[in-house]
Write a protein that binds this ligand. Structure first.
Ligand code: PHE
Length: 472
């Protein structure tokens, strides 16, 4: 056994198990749903540029810092930070940012599960469509072949209008997530990741190749990679920063917690690099899959959270074998979402197990249950509760429903705050020898890492944050 020694003696059974689980945590709805949504809303190129800069300069050193905190502390996000603080002879109060991270994970999962529910719904729609095509002897039909392309996007509005269905899908997804986390690190989380992630990547490559031959590519490339600097407002930059942090799963407990199950022999820096590379690659690929279609069928790139779900089925409609490809595609998103939701819940459960000294299964069902209930409010805010404003007094949130308020509050306020505190802690307060030994870096590479985490990350986050949250 390479692993072991974390809370309850749990640990990854190999380095690959850890890499797959961590990549699984990072790659998710953030890449395939949230990235295209925000890139579209924020006008493309300039947003993408800031996003990539944030990934490299802030996200990457953050990933390494969080895994090292976890491995040194051998515990959940809160207790691991406390342990590093103690071993560095600084105040245990630094644990607070670990705690904010746990709160963020909890809040993210509430709306994440609702969106994952939309994915499940489309798996059902596409699945029954494909079965229909198969049994009528036409397995290579386009998706929803009997429908008119203009009416296909209304599937989404149908779902939003159907409360039992909307809540049912959310329930199904939460139950699955809780069940896997309740099974534990090796039997649940690791097993899920080692089956789901390789399948995910095979599907992704197949569908992207397929799309590259059929879609309208040039316009999408131009949209995503030609920055129009007049669009670079503080709010666009804050969105890009929040998305970079969200997508890499930093500042939200998951990576510290997963780091707690890593063996002492594992080299952390290459793993951090792999997570950053895979995560960014999948986001950009998702953009290149989605925007050619958006432009081809004349959808509004700034349509918001439903963009991906409404545009893709139209593409699958016209594609040869679109019924099958469409089904595979939504299965792919579902796998990605599940490995991420597991990491979100694990971030909360690992802390609660320790804090209350409860067993894993009970903790998972209890806290998963709390998440589920707030998720119900998020789901209803797409329907009967659409007028409720949680933070209506705050200009930043004055027009937002419950769903968007939670999403924005986490990504614009909580994640940057935690990222800032993590960077200051690792860059300035934690024992330098301890940090150096855990990273396994030396010489120039360690100097670069130090510079990024001590200077660039905190200053960058602070500047973006202050300008966006306190405009003028
Ligand atoms: N990074 C995940 C995604 O892109 C979401 C996530 C955020 C997971 C924070 C864990 C912690 O979908």
């Amino acid at each position: 056994m390479a692993g072991s020694a974390a809370p309850g003696g749990e640990g990854w059974s190999s380095r690959w198990a850890f890499v797959l689980a961590a990549v699984g945590a990072a790659v998710g709805l953030g890449n395939i749903w949230r990235f295209p949504t925000l890139a579209g809303e924020n006008g493309g190129g300039a947003f993408v540029l800031v996003y990539i800069a944030c990934i490299i300069l802030i996200g990457l050193p953050m990933v390494l810092s969080e895994i090292l905190i976890g491995r040194h502390g051998r515990s959940d996000a809160f207790h691991s930070v406390v342990k590093v603080a103690e071993d560095s002879n600084v105040s245990r109060n630094w644990g607070i940012f670990g705690g904010i991270g746990i709160l963020s994970a909890f809040l993210i999962l509430t709306f994440y599960s609702v969106v994952a529910g939309w994915v499940l719904y489309y798996v059902g729609v596409m699945g029954s469509d494909f079965l229909g095509a198969l049994f009528s002897g036409n397995p290579f039909a386009g998706a929803l072949a009997s429908e008119n392309p203009e009416t296909i996007p209304s599937r989404m509005t149908d779902l939003f209008g159907n409360i039992p269905l909307l809540l049912g899908m959310h329930t199904l997804f939460m139950v699955l997530t809780i069940w896997i986390v309740a099974r534990g690190v090796t039997d649940g989380i690791e097993k899920a990741a080692t089956y789901l992630m390789p399948t995910f990547f095979v599907l992704l490559v197949l569908i992207t190749l397929y799309g590259a031959f059929t879609g309208e590519f040039a316009k999408a490339l131009a949209f995503l990679f030609t920055p129009d600097f007049s669009k670079l407002t503080p709010s666009v930059m804050n969105d890009a920063l929040g998305q970079a942090l969200f997508s890499m799963s930093v500042a939200s407990a998951a990576l510290i917690t997963y780091g707690g199950y890593v063996s002492k022999e594992t080299r952390l820096a290459p793993t951090a690099g792999m997570i950053a590379f895979a995560d960014t690659g999948v986001a950009l690929l998702a953009g290149l899959m989605i925007f050619p279609i958006v432009f081809a069928v004349g959808l509004d790139a700034a349509a918001g959270p439903t963009l991906v779900f409404q545009s893709l089925p139209i593409a699958f409609h016209t594609m040869p074998a679109g019924s099958l490809v469409g089904l595979l595609f939504f299965v792919l998103i579902f796998f990605a979402a599940l490995t991420s939701s597991i990491s979100l819940l694990e971030g909360v459960v690992a802390w609660a197990m320790r804090r209350f000294e409860w067993g894993r299964a009970m903790t998972a069902w209890l806290f998963g249950g709390f998440v589920f209930l707030i998720g119900v409010a998020c789901a209803l805010s797409l329907n009967v509760w659409s007028d409720i404003r949680l933070l209506g007094f705050w200009p930043l949130f004055e027009e937002k429903n419950i769903f968007d308020t939670i999403d924005d509050f986490v990504s614009k306020i909580l994640l940057p705050t935690t990222a800032f505190l993590t960077a200051v802690f690792i860059g300035w307060r934690a024992d330098k020898k301890l940090v150096e030994a855990e990273t396994g870096l030396d010489g120039a590479l360690f100097a670069i890492y130090r510079f990024l985490i001590a200077w660039l990350a905190p200053v960058g986050v602070l500047l973006i944050f202050v300008f966006a949250v306190f405009p003028n």
